[in-house]
Ligand binder design. Structure first.
Ligand code: NAD
Ligand code: GLY
Length: 355
C-alpha cells in the first residue's frame, strides 16, 4: 500500500492506494475521529461493497443512505433529500460522512458535508477509475444546475481518501476507459515519462494488472496532490487539470448529458486541444500522433461528434467556468508533459480544427 499526503497545512490529508484497502479497519480508525458515521452510496455500489465496508467499520456506529444511480441525481433536490434523511437519522455535528462510489456520489457527499450544519468531516472511498485518479482528491464538491454542470458547490477537502483498486474489477469497461482519459491527461500536461510509461503499459492496464493499475493511480494522485497543494482554489496551475474539458464539456452538453461519458468527451477534447496546439506550432505532428494513438488505444473517441462544428462548440464554451472577462481560456499542450492556460487562440485556428 502507498500513502501520499495532500499538503494543505492544517487541512492536509492522506491518500491510501492499494488492493483490498476496504478490508483494512485500521485505515478507518486512524482517520475518523467521530464514532457516528453515515455512508452515502448508490443502488449499484451498495450490493457490491457496502457490507464489506461495514465489516471494516465495526468499531463505529454506522448508518447508510442509498441514492439512485446517475448524474441526474447530482442535484440540489438530492442534496436536500440526503440532508433530510440525515436529520431523520438523528445526525448532528458529531457525524462523519463517508462517500462510497464514483465521482457523482463523491461530489454530492462532499457538498452535503460542506453544508450540513455548516460543515462536518467526510472521507472519500472512490470506486471508479475517474474518481480514484481525479475527483476524490482536491476538494472540488458540487451539484449540477439545469443551466450547467457543477454550478453549485464548494472547495471542501476530505479528511482522507481511501482507494481500493480491487473495486475496479467490477467497473464496466466503458467506465474504465473514461477514467483512462483523465489518467492520460496527467501525462500530457505534466509528466512526459509517465506518458511514455502509459504507452508501454497499455495492455497491462486494460487487463487490470494490479501492479500497473496501482502505479498509474499513484502517479496521478501524486501529480494532483502536488498541483492542489500549490493552487487549491484554481487561480492558475490547477486549471491545467482541465485539458480537453472545454471542448469535452461542449460535446457533453450538445449531445445531452449521459450520452457521451465525461471521460469520452475529454478524450476527444484532448485530441482537439492537441490539434489546435499543432496549428499554433506548440506541438509537433508526431507528438499529436502519439497523444491520439494513446487515447485511441484505450478505446476512447478521438474526434468530436460528426454533426458538431465551430458554432456548436462556441455556444457551449462561452459558459465555461474558466471564462474571464468574456474570453474563453483554453488549456493548450506544449509538447508532451507541459501545458499552459491561454486565451490567445485565434478564431480562425479554432474554426479550422473544429469544422
Ligand atoms: P459515476 O459516479 O456516475 O460512476 C460511473 C458508473 O459506475 C455509475 O453507474 C456507478 O454506479 C458505477 N460504479 C461506480 N463504481 C463501481 C464499481 N466499482 N463497480 C461497478 N460499478 C461502479 O461517474 P464517475 O466517472 O466516477 O464520476 C463522474 C462525476 O465526477 C461527474 O459528475 C463529474 O462532474 C465529476 N468529477 C468531479 C471532479 C472533481 O474534481 N470533483 C473531477 C472529475 C469529475
Ligand atoms: N478535476 C479538475 C480539478 O480537480 O481541478
Amino acid at each position: 500500500m502507498t500513502r501520499l499526503t495532500v499538503e494543505l497545512g492544517a487541512r492536509s490529508y492522506p491518500i491510501y492506494i492499494g488492493e483490498s484497502n476496504l478490508d483494512k479497519s485500521d485505515l478507518f480508525t486512524q482517520n475518523i475521529s467521530h464514532k457516528n458515521l453515515v455512508i452515502l452510496t448508490n443502488e449499484t455500489i451498495a450490493p457490491l461493497y457496502l457490507d464489506k465496508l461495514k465489516t471494516s467499520l465495526s468499531e463505529f456506529s454506522v448508518k447508510e443512505i442509498i441514492i439512485p444511480d446517475g448524474e441526474e441525481y447530482k442535484t440540489l433536490t438530492q442534496l436536500e433529500s440526503v440532508i433530510g434523511e440525515m436529520l431523520k437519522l438523528g445526525c448532528a455535528r458529531d457525524t462523519t460522512l463517508v462517500a462510497l462510489g464514483g465521482g457523482v456520489v463523491g461530489d454530492l457527499c462532499g457538498f452535503v458535508a460542506s453544508t450540513f450544519q455548516r460543515g462536518i468531516p467526510f472521507v472519500q472511498i472512490p470506486t471508479t477509475l475517474l474518481s480514484q485518479v481525479d475527483s476524490s482528491v482536491g476538494g472540488k464538491t458540487a451539484v449540477n444546475h439545469a443551466l450547467g454542470k457543477n454550478m453549485i458547490g464548494a472547495f471542501y477537502q476530505p479528511k482522507a481518501v481511501i482507494i481500493d483498486s480491487t473495486t475496479l474489477s467490477t467497473l464496466p469497461k466503458r467506465e474504465f476507459a473514461a477514467g483512462m482519459a483523465e489518467v492520460i491527461k496527467y501525462g500530457i500536461i505534466y509528466d512526459k515519462d509517465f506518458f511514455s510509461w502509459l504507452e508501454n503499459n497499455t495492455s497491462e492496464l486494460i487487463a487490470l494488472n494490479p501492479e500497473a493499475l496501482n502505479y498509474a493511480i499513484q502517479r496521478c494522485c501524486e501529480i494532483k496532490a502536488e498541483i492542489v497543494a500549490q493552487d487549491e482554489k484554481e487561480h492558475g496551475l490547477r486549471a491545467l487539470l482541465n485539458l480537453g474539458h472545454t471542448f469535452g464539456h461542449a460535446i457533453e452538453a450538445e449531445m445531452g448529458y449521459g450520452n457521451w461519458l465525461h471521460g469520452e468527451a475529454v478524450g476527444a477534447g484532448m485530441v482537439i486541444a492537441c490539434q489546435v496546439s499543432e496549428q499554433l506550432n506548440w506541438m509537433t505532428a508526431s507528438e499529436v500522433c502519439r497523444a491520439t494513438n494513446l487515447i485511441d488505444a484505450f478505446n476512447l473517441p478521438i474526434c468530436g461528434p460528426k454533426n458538431m462544428g465551430y458554432d456548436d462548440y462556441l455556444k457551449h464554451m462561452q459558459h465555461d467556468k474558466k471564462v474571464q472577462a468574456g474570453a474563453i481560456r483554453f488549456i493548450m499542450p506544449q509538447g508532451i508533459g507541459k501545458a499552459c492556460v491561454t486565451s490567445d487562440v485565434p478564431n480562425d485556428v479554432l474554426k479550422i480544427v473544429l469544422n
